[in-house]
Unconditional design. Structure first.
Length: 218
C-alpha cells in the first residue's frame, strides 16, 4: 500500500475511532503495515475495498481500533534500557485494574450525552474484549461477535458472561442505524454492565480458600 493511500485512509478512519491524525503522522508506517496485513487477511483488493468493508461490517471497527494502538517511548531507542524499565519500573497493569481504569476514563468523556454513540460503543467493546482476552486466555479481540459467543458458551466461566457480551455486541451493531438521544440511558446501562462484569469474573477466577482439615489439633 502506498503511503499516500494509507494517509488518506487514516485521515478518514481515525476521527471515527476518536483518534487524531496529528498523533499518527510520525508513526503511521507501523499502522499502515498492520492495515495492509489485515487487508491481505481479508483477501481484499486494496485499501478502498477495506474502507467499503468497514462501512458494511461494524465488527471490523474493533479490529481497526486494535491495529491503531501504538506504544511510543524514547527509551525504546535503547533496547537494553527499555527492557529494564519494562521489567522493573513499568510492570503491566492487572487486567481488572486496566479495564476499570479505561471504563472510568470512558465514562468521564460523556460521549453518549454528546450524541457520539458510535465511538462510545467501539471503545466500550474494545475494553470488554481486551479484558476477556487477558483473563480467559483467548484472542477475543480477533473474534467476530459470533465467534465470541461460541467461545463463551464453551468456556467454564463464559455462561454468565454471555448475556452481557451479547447485549453489548447487538447494541454496537444497531447503533450505526440509530439516531437521537433516546439511546443515552441504554448506553449508560451497557457501561454499567461491563463495569459489573469485571469484579464478577475476578471473583469466579479467584482461587478457592483451602478447606480446613478436620480433626485439627487444638
Amino acid at each position: 500500500m502506498k503511503d499516500a493511500a494509507c494517509v488518506e485512509f487514516l485521515q478518514w478512519a481515525l476521527p471515527r475511532l476518536r483518534m487524531r491524525w496529528a498523533g499518527f503522522r510520525k508513526v503511521r508506517r507501523q499502522v499502515c503495515r498492520r492495515v495492509e496485513r489485515r487487508i491481505r487477511e481479508l483477501d481484499l483488493h486494496d485499501v478502498d475495498a477495506y474502507r467499503a468493508y468497514l462501512e458494511l461490517t461494524p465488527d471490523e471497527w474493533l479490529q481497526l481500533d486494535a491495529l491503531c494502538h501504538v506504544t511510543i517511548s524514547r527509551f525504546y531507542r535503547d533496547r537494553g534500557v527499555f527492557e529494564l524499565l519494562e521489567r522493573s519500573v513499568l510492570p503491566e497493569l492487572a487486567a481488572d485494574v486496566e479495564a476499570l481504569g479505561a471504563l472510568e476514563a470512558l465514562a468521564r468523556e460523556g460521549l453518549p450525552a454528546r450524541g457520539e454513540l458510535r465511538p462510545f460503543y467501539i471503545r466500550l467493546s474494545v475494553i470488554a474484549k481486551r479484558y476477556l482476552e487477558r483473563r480467559l486466555g483467548a484472542s477475543v479481540l480477533e473474534m467476530t461477535s459470533a465467534e465470541t459467543f461460541a467461545f463463551l458458551r464453551g468456556h467454564p466461566h463464559g455462561g454468565e458472561l454471555l448475556p452481557v457480551v451479547r447485549d453489548l455486541a447487538e447494541a454496537a451493531d444497531r447503533i450505526k442505524f440509530a439516531k437521537g438521544r433516546g439511546l443515552v440511558p441504554e448506553a449508560e446501562r451497557h457501561l454499567a454492565s461491563v463495569r459489573a462484569l469485571v469484579p464478577a469474573l475476578e471473583a469466579r477466577l479467584r482461587p478457592a480458600p483451602p478447606a480446613e482439615t478436620e480433626g485439627k489439633a487444638a
